[in-house]
Each structure stands twice: as structure tokens, then as C-alpha cells.
Design a protein around this ligand. Structure first.
Ligand SMILES: Cc1ncc(C[n+]2csc(CCOP(=O)(O)OP(=O)(O)O)c2C)c(N)n1
Ligand SMILES: [Mg+2]
Length: 583
């Protein structure tokens, strides 16, 4: 068939060639995307440059995959999507990376300049569409802008001076075909920046260290901003004697069985600690917005981070230390963080409480009775999966009730889930990306049946790209947590929450993956073993929809007014009434 537009001569230095060359020089060896005419010149050059293109079945998956790679490696993930619907499909992934503060670059095309604004194919205001969820947006129209704007976009994604996150750049297709001249290329822009390590002033460090030393009951809470500070954080916990919560954003930074970690005592330590040190962590809904209704009213906060949201969102720190998290922790250690009058009894009692609760939980795991539908309890499935998780295993969880169960039950040091956006559908793409990024590590994803449906076609991507992940679908025939919410909160008026009868093993087989349907707990170990051997593989596991997860019981699905959890919401309302005083 005759091409309608003559491509620039293969091998000539076009703008598209320059973009691909930039990616190569920045160490990008894999991108995720879905093809389209508007981006074809880049697509072609990227492939010719030797960069692997993982071609997906929906653009949101490309962005999720770029995010998972970025989260697992700490370096830039790249997605390439076409104009118009390619970008609108990508938008959910971009929003997720924004909330997760994951460094990703999203590249798109747009209609040729001579047709812009004339009703061209796929012509929508792309930059405007993604601006609120991107760290930087560049809509490039000139050859000599290509390299500087690409460089600036990557810098914004990597979070130089701002939180890391998604950054977006697009080019009109005619510009991508233009041949560049030497004047368009400033060689220095290819070079990656050497990251600067901003350290707070000595004065600020001394004041914060003095505050910490005054604390008696110390609690450290880390977040995404602490991902690179494993050693320093461990040293800080050891020296200060603080207890520790990671709230999943920074899972693995401190080992799950670290003596300071008290995840099962979360509510108690939040309520009783008098010195809270947040490390690269926002005080978002998972941390009750730092509210004195939930934390102790006399608690003081020391906040470490690189961006204003980590330093002061919702609750100003009594000390706020802006700087590289590892360097700041090191400086604090040097200044001295041993509490003058530590409440050792409190620390021990919290640890004992955590130990007891954890032991009870572990002992009970997998022993829950089946539902009246005779399907197994989701915890039975998770207990079986746990047997296949080693120190290197990458675990992904996605769903409603099943996510809540999995977050607590699965003993994985490397763990990804939908995060603070609550973005269902990340499970399959995250696992595909994890398996491609770390082909020698086990990757197991546990995914609700509803959530699986949102990205089910990416099983095909796994098959084609050889991503050896195991996808375990917890099939309760329902959007379970929402169903539970309707049962309890809306008088059992069930609307749009049942998904009965779907056989996801057959879907996976149809897409070329190894798959089995499992209905009996005793069949799980053998099936998981076979799945790992034959990955990519899917296990469609029948679980009961009657199980109520902690997230459901805590009221997360009911979306209370002032706080995310019901008990916090009630406390918050009491505080507001008390503060308003007698009427
Ligand atoms: C993209 C998206 N759509 C809808 C929701 C609302 N939602 C949250 S949990 C949930 C149910 C998830 O069902 P499933 O994945 O089957 O897990 P289960 O609760 O059944 O274990 C829904 C619909 C969401 N968080 N994200
Ligand atoms: Mg379900």
C-alpha cells in the first residue's frame, strides 16, 4: 500500500531520530506504548535505536508499566502514546504516577502544524488535558526547542526541585519528520544531571535534633521519599530507638521483621507517640491527615522531605527539614537523636502488642472457614501464596477487599499496589513490567476479578513480551468491597456489583497463557508451582464474596466525611464539636 506521507529518508537525522537518540543517551532501554500514526516517526526511530518497545493493548497499561519500572528501579520510566485518544487513555496512568510521585516521561504526538485547529484527526488540547497531573508539560513546535524541552521535561519528572512524577511532552507529526541541523543540537543536553544532594542548614538540623531528643515515645513514618534511604533510616531507628511504620508506600525500605516495625499496632502508636518523624511522607488519608483527633494532642512533628507536601501538608512540622532524605537523616544522626528520657516501657509494650497481634494473625491465616457458597476465604488463598514468596519475590496486589487482605497478609519485601489513587487495574500491567525489569525474580500478582477485567488484555502483552509473571485472580464474582458497602450501608440494595460466572482462566488461555481454575484449597500449592514453571500464567481462584476485609470494616469503602476511616471520622467530628464550643 502506498504511504500517504513520504517518510524522511531512513537514516537522516530527523527530530524523531533526535528524540530516540536522547532516550538512548539517557540510558533508556525499554519503553511501553501503543502505536499510532502521530507518533510513528518516534516509534520507528526508538526501535531502530535498539530500545525495546513493549507494545500494550491499552495506553493506561503502558503508563502503569512505566510507573512500575520507575518504582522498582528508581530511574525514569517512559511511555509513548499516540495523539487524542491515545493520551486520554493514558490519563489514568498519568494521574496514578502523579499521586505516587513516580518519575515517568510520557511522549505523544499531535496533528501536523498546518492542520492544527482546523478539525484535524485526533486534535484536542492535549497539554491542557494533562497539565494538572503533570510536573511539567511541553507542547513543542520548533526544531531547536526539541532537545532543551526534552531535557527540562525529564528533569521535572525526576523531581529536581519538585517531587518526582509524570512529565509530558508532545510533538506535531510534521515536526518529527523534519530534518535537524547541527544548530538544533546542544550536545551538553544529552548528559544526565548529577543529582544534587540538598542538605538543610546546620542550624535547622540542630534544632530538629534537639526536638527529637526531647521526645519520649518516638515514631518514624516513612513514605515514597524514603525509598533511597534504607541504610540511613535503619541507622536512625537503631540509634533513636524509635518505632516504625511504613504504610506500604515505602515497603521494603526497612525489613518487615525489623524490631522497630510495628504495623499491627498502627492505631495505638499513632495515638500515643509524642514525637512523630515523617520521612518523605505526606500526611494523607492513610495517616489521618496528621490530625490531633487521631494523633496525640501533645505530639510534636518533625518532617523530612524534598517537597512542600512532604514537609507541611495538612500539619506543619514543629521542625521541617527540606533536603535529600538520606543526607538529612545522616546529618540528624551526627547531631544526636538519642532521646533524653525515652519511655522504654511504652516502646516495649507496643512491640509486644504488635508481636501478639501478628502471631495471632499468622496463626489464623488460612484457617478461616469457607463462605456459605462453599468457596474458600480469600485468606486461604493468600496463605497458600505466602508459601511461594521469598526475599526476592516481587508481589503486586490490586482490588478492593482482596487488596486489603493481601496488604496485611502477603510477606513480601518488594510490593506494589494501586496506592493513594486507589487505581484499580494496575495489577496485570505492574506485574508485566516487574517481570520484564527483573526477569530472574519471581513475580506474583494477586488481583480481584473486577480489577483484573480492567487490564485483562495485558495478559496478551505478557505472552508476547515473555513477561514471566503469575497472575492470581481472586474470583469472588463481585466488585466485592463495594458490594459489601451496599449490603451494609445501603440496605442491601445491590446495584451493579455482581460479576458472576466469568472464567478468567479461559480468557487467559485464549490469549495464549498457561491457566488453571482452582476451586479447592488443597489444589493451590500444586497449581501455584505449575504456574511459576509455566509463567506467564494465570490462576482463576474461586473465593467467597462473603469475606469482609479490614478496609471494608474500617469504613474506607463508605467514604466518610472528614476522615478516610470511620473511627477517625468519629474522632474528627468530636474534635470539631469540642472546638466549636457550646452553642
Ligand atoms: C478505576 C476504579 N474504578 C472503580 C473503583 C471503585 N472500587 C474500589 S474497590 C472496587 C471493587 C474491586 O473489586 P475486585 O477487584 O473484584 O476486588 P474485591 O473487592 O472483589 O476483592 C471498586 C469498584 C476504583 N477504586 N478504581
Ligand atoms: Mg471481586
Amino acid at each position: 500500500m502506498k504511504a500517504t506521507t513520504a517518510p524522511a529518508k531512513i537514516g537522516s537525522r530527523t527530530v524523531a531520530h533526535l528524540v530516540a537518540g536522547f532516550l538512548v543517551r539517557r540510558g533508556v532501554h525499554r519503553v511501553y506504548g501503543l502505536c499510532g500514526g502521530h507518533i510513528q516517526p518516534i516509534w520507528d526511530e526508538v526501535a531502530r535505536a535498539g530500545i525495546q518497545i513493549v507494545d500494550v493493548r491499552h495506553e493506561s497499561a503502558a503508563v502503569y508499566m512505566a510507573q512500575a519500572q520507575a518504582d522498582l528501579t528508581g530511574s525514569l520510566g517512559v511511555a509513548i502514546v499516540t495523539a487524542g485518544p491515545g493520551l486520554t487513555n493514558a490519563a489514568t496512568g498519568i494521574a496514578n504516577a502523579s499521586v505516587s510521585r513516580s518519575p515517568i516521561l510520557v511522549i505523544s504526538g499531535r496533528p501536523p502544524r498546518p492542520q492544527a485547529g482546523m478539525g484535524a484527526l485526533q486534535d484536542i488540547p492535549q497539554g491542557d488535558l494533562v497539565r494538572p497531573i503533570c510536573r511539567r508539560v511541553e507542547v513543542v513546535s520548533e526544531r531547536h526547542h526539541v532537545l532543551p524541552r526534552l531535557e527540562a521535561t525529564v528533569r521535572a519528572a525526576e523531581g529536581v526541585g519538585t517531587p518526582a512524577g509524570p512529565a509530558y511532552i508532545d510533538f506535531p507529526t510534521d515536526l518529527l519528520r523534519e530534518v535537524i541541523t547541527d544548530a538544533d543540537v546542544d550536545d551538553r543536553l544529552f548528559e544526565p544531571r548529577i543529582p544534587e544532594k540538598l542538605v538543610p542548614s546546620q542550624d535547622a538540623i540542630s534544632r530538629a535534633a534537639a526536638l527529637i531528643r526531647e521526645g519520649k515515645r518516638l515514631l518514624v513514618i516513612s513514605g515514597g521519599g524514603a525509598r533511597d534511604a534504607s541504610a540511613e533510616l535503619a541507622a536512625f531507628l537503631q540509634t533513636s530507638g524509635a518505632l516504625y511504620l511504613d504504610t506500604t508506600e515505602s515497603r521494603g525500605v526497612i525489613p518487615l521483621d525489623h524490631p522497630a516495625a510495628v504495623p499491627a499496632a498502627r492505631a495505638k502508636v499513632m495515638a500515643e507517640a509524642d514525637m512523630i518523624i515523617t520521612v518523605g511522607r505526606r500526611l494523607d488519608f492513610q495517616l489521618a491527615y496528621g490530625s490531633p483527633a487521631v494523633f496525640s494532642t501533645d505530639a510534636r512533628f518533625v518532617r523530612l522531605g524534598t517537597s512542600s507536601d512532604e514537609l507541611s501538608d495538612n500539619r506543619r512540622g514543629d521542625a521541617e527539614l527540606r533536603g535529600d532524605v538520606s543526607a538529612t537523616l545522616k546529618a540528624l544522626l551526627e547531631a544526636g537523636v538519642v532521646p533524653e528520657q525515652p519511655d522504654g516501657t511504652w516502646t516495649e509494650s507496643m512491640r509486644a502488642y504488635n508481636r501478639e497481634k501478628t502471631e495471632k494473625f499468622v496463626a489464623g491465616l488460612g484457617k478461616q472457614p469457607p463462605g456459605s457458597d462453599r468457596r474458600m476465604h480469600p485468606q486461604t488463598l493468600l496463605a497458600a501464596v505466602n508459601e511461594f514468596i521469598d526475599g526476592d519475590t516481587i508481589v503486586v496486589a490490586d482490588g478492593g477487599d482482596i487488596l486489603s487482605f493481601a496488604r496485611a497478609a502477603l510477606r513480601a519485601e518488594t510490593y506494589l499496589d494501586p496506592g493513594a489513587l486507589g487505581c484499580l487495574g494496575v495489577g496485570v500491567p505492574f506485574a508485566v513490567s516487574a517481570a520484564l525489569t527483573f526477569p530472574d525474580r519471581r513475580v506474583i500478582a494477586v488481583i480481584g476479578d473486577g480489577s483484573f477485567g480492567l487490564s485483562a488484555m495485558e495478559i496478551d502483552t505478557a505472552v508476547r513480551s515473555g513477561a514471566r509473571a503469575v497472575f492470581v485472580v481472586a474470583n469472588n464474582g463481585a466488585w466485592g468491597i463495594e458490594r459489601n458497602d451496599q449490603l451494609v450501608g445501603y440496605n442491601g440494595n445491590l446495584v451493579g456489583v455482581d460479576l458472576p460466572g466469568c472464567r478468567y482462566d479461559l480468557v487467559a488461555q485464549g490469549l495464549g497463557a498457561y491457566a488453571e481454575r482452582i476451586e479447592r484449597p488443597e489444589d493451590l500449592p500444586g497449581a501455584i508451582e505449575r504456574a511459576l514453571e509455566n509463567a506467564p500464567a494465570l490462576l482463576d481462584v474461586a473465593v467467597t464474596k462473603e469475606a469482609e476485609s479490614p478496609d471494608f470494616k474500617n469504613g474506607l469503602a463508605g467514604v466518610p466525611d472528614r476522615q478516610a476511616l470511620e473511627i477517625w471520622d468519629r474522632a474528627e467530628k468530636r474534635r470539631h464539636v469540642a472546638e466549636a464550643g457550646p452553642s
